[in-house]
Design a protein around this ligand. Structure first.
Ligand code: CA
Length: 294
């Protein structure tokens, strides 16, 4: 498998790829440049940091925004006009901003936060069902990749500095997590685990910050299965898309790179695509309100 450059975006912090099946569009963000892309097109230039987004079932997007001065929100966002309406405010320390997030299979939007100094463990993971914001847990330093097993009963989560992927029991009816345990230990030689997605076989695909690669893991055994080189040092996140959900879209960043690293990896900040032999889980949409458990 090979990573093919789709767009030489030169993004400062390309992140949050999300496939919109309705329009067959890959949305992604540049957190630091406060920008939303659809493929190679900038569809919105915002005034706040955008941590992540997801398509909404009824059209448009849900996004997690922070102004870097104490205000964080979930908003409804229309990508072509950048028109925003606040859905919920999230109470976070002033030094925090939203980071990675995505929808669960029931249509909730989960998004994590981090301290902008990348060292205080003041981050948290939130779940929003359209009515209520629930804090699933706190104590995260850099809340990052999240995904589910194919039966949706297990939730996988990365707090990057821990060098671990944690597994939780996931209750799809209530959106609650329980029973955290370490599923994968990430060796330092691979870089830092950042964004994550999962495939139909239940294996995890993890973008490696500082590692110039995407890695594929079996979370049952903790074993590394495959390494796909990406010509961008700060490989930041990945998401499946395409008609058959067998295209892995990979974002990257230029943040935190030395002049010599930038010379060695000039495509850093680009958007890449890998054709895979396995399909990913479906891309989940924000459902506005989650059906109540019976
Ligand atoms: Ca990230």
């Amino acid at each position: 498998m090979k990573a093919e450059l789709l767009f030489d975006a030169q993004a400062a912090l390309g992140e949050g790829p999300a496939w919109d099946a309705k329009s067959q569009t890959l949305y992604w963000v540049d957190i630091l440049e406060k920008r939303i892309y659809a493929g190679s097109r900038v569809v919105a230039q915002l005034e706040r940091f955008i941590g992540c987004l997801a398509p909404r079932r009824g059209g448009g997007l849900i996004a997690a925004l922070s102004d870097g001065a104490g205000s964080s929100f979930f908003v409804d966002l229309q990508p072509d006009t950048a028109r925003q309406s606040v859905l919920a405010a999230v109470h976070e320390p002033a030094a925090n901003r939203f980071n990675d997030g995505k929808c669960d299979p029931a249509g909730r939007f989960l998004a994590g936060t981090m301290a902008m100094n990348e060292s205080d463990p003041t981050g948290a993971l939130y779940s929003f069902d359209g009515k209520r914001v629930v804090k699933l847990f706190g104590g995260a330093t850099i809340s990052n990749g999240l995904t589910w097993s194919p039966d949706y009963k297990t939730f996988y989560y990365i707090d990057t500095p821990t060098r671990k992927v944690q597994a939780f029991d996931y209750d799809l009816a209530t959106g609650q997590v329980a029973n955290p345990r370490a599923a994968i230990q990430i060796p330092a030689s691979l870089g830092w685990a950042d964004g994550m997605t999962s495939d139909a076989e239940g294996n995890l695909w993890i973008a490696m910050w500082g590692g110039a690669q995407v890695t594929r893991w079996n979370p049952q055994t903790g074993r590394l299965l495959e390494q796909i080189p990406v010509p961008a040092l700060q490989t930041s996140s990945c998401a499946f898309g395409g008609k058959d959900m067998n295209e892995l879209y990979v974002t990257s960043a230029r943040k935190g790179m030395s002049a010599s690293d930038l010379k060695k990896y000039p495509l850093s900040g680009g958007l890449f695509k890998v054709e895979t032999k396995v399909a990913g889980l479906p891309a989940f949409e924000f459902a506005q309100t989650v059906p109540q458990a019976s």
